[in-house]
Write a protein that binds this ligand. Structure first.
Ligand code: TXA
Ligand code: MG
Length: 315
């Protein structure tokens, strides 16, 4: 589906209503969340959800997250339990997605769940996302608003560069604060970390007082989006670079000489917020090679290294 030039909407009251109206009518609208920009469609509308897969070039086996305005709204679509309630009390609204059994008569399009019996639900914290969800008054399916396999967008300009002409509008909310996609937790018989994010495995353990297993490729329920090559710039990416070659663009961390620095002071949250924007920037400079300083594998550093490993994976 090719549309006219995608509109970039300033976040005014009337634009919010317009964006909600577009979503209700089945159109695709990108909106900011605290993690990355989402590409939204009415999760109860098969045709609208199909449009997401077409616009992104996303494989149809990769299910989507349903975004909700409240816990009550989530409870209409999934089998809620005590663990979900504890996690929601601790982390919602916020960058946590929970995968739970989908209710039989949920009304959620089967295309959202890619035919699975589970549904991923998330209540975002970004005020514009919340306002839009409340105004729509229905669940919004939203993957990250990038062409499939490419770097996730943290500004409206990134979304425009990747999807212009393929979606109706982008609600411009400036830069995303967290900068990495939500932590995904599978709440099946056991509790599984399906995708690391800014909310860490330890925080989940401490909240639920139970074991949280790490996701391993090919085991248990999977997050099909956890394909090894993902978030990939055009350039080749080299990780844990202690030194830089002369033909490499240098993405530094801490007190190093480089082209762009994720955080000069070694602040991991700052590094997470800068990661995708800096990869976008370096990739647009046309070099064939990007080298990245080591990032410690602790706290949010686990999620940063997860995204970097995927950006560096052979394709
Ligand atoms: O921060 C985020 O989560 C962003 C913003 C827009 O909310 N969204 C996002 O969506 O990252 P996406 O589609 O790029 O990643 C969703 C991930 C995929 O890896 C998908 O496989 C997984 O969630 N997923 C969705 N439904 C699932 C299910 N029922 N079971 C297991 N994994 C699921
Ligand atoms: Mg994505």
């Amino acid at each position: 589906m090719t549309e006219a030039t995608t509109a970039i909407l300033e976040p005014t009251e009337s634009n919010m209503r317009h964006a909600a109206e577009l979503l209700r009518s089945g159109a695709l609208v990108s909106f900011p969340t605290e993690t990355v920009y989402g590409l939204g469609a009415d999760a109860t509308n098969d045709a609208a959800v199909t449009g997401i897969y077409e616009a992104k070039g996303r494989p149809s086996f990769n299910p989507l997250i349903a975004h909700v305005a409240s816990v009550e709204m989530a409870q209409r679509y999934v089998v809620w339990d005590e663990r979900a309630q504890h996690l929601a009390d601790a982390f919602w609204p916020g960058p946590l997605t929970m995968v739970l059994p989908v209710l039989p008569d949920s009304g959620i399009s089967r295309i959202v769940t890619a035919g699975l019996n589970s549904l991923a639900v998330r209540m975002p914290a970004h005020p514009l996302a919340q306002a839009l969800l409340s105004e729509c008054d229905r669940p919004i399916a939203a993957p990250s608003a990038n062409p499939s396999g490419k770097i996730s967008p943290t500004t409206a300009a990134h979304v425009f560069a990747g999807l212009n002409g393929r979606i109706a509008a982008i609600l411009d909310g400036g830069s995303c604060g967290v900068g990495l996609e939500s932590t995904i937790i599978g709440l099946g018989k056991t509790v599984q970390l399906l995708r690391p994010g800014s909310i860490t495995q330890d925080q989940i353990k401490q909240t639920l007082h139970c074991d949280v297993s790490s996701f391993k490729e090919g085991e248990g329920i999977s997050a099909p989006g956890q394909l090894l090559s993902h978030y990939a710039p055009t350039a080749q990416v080299r990780l844990n670079a202690e030194f830089f070659e002369s033909d490499e663009l240098r993405l530094g961390f801490g007190a190093v000489e480089c082209d762009l620095n994720l955080s000069e002071t070694g602040d991991m949250y700052e590094a997470a917020a800068n990661l995708f924007a800096m990869l976008h920037d370096l990739d647009s400079r046309g070099s064939q090679k990007i080298a990245v300083s080591p990032i410690p594998l602790i706290g949010i550093g686990v999620a940063i290294n997860d995204r970097l490993t995927r950006a560096a994976a052979p394709r």
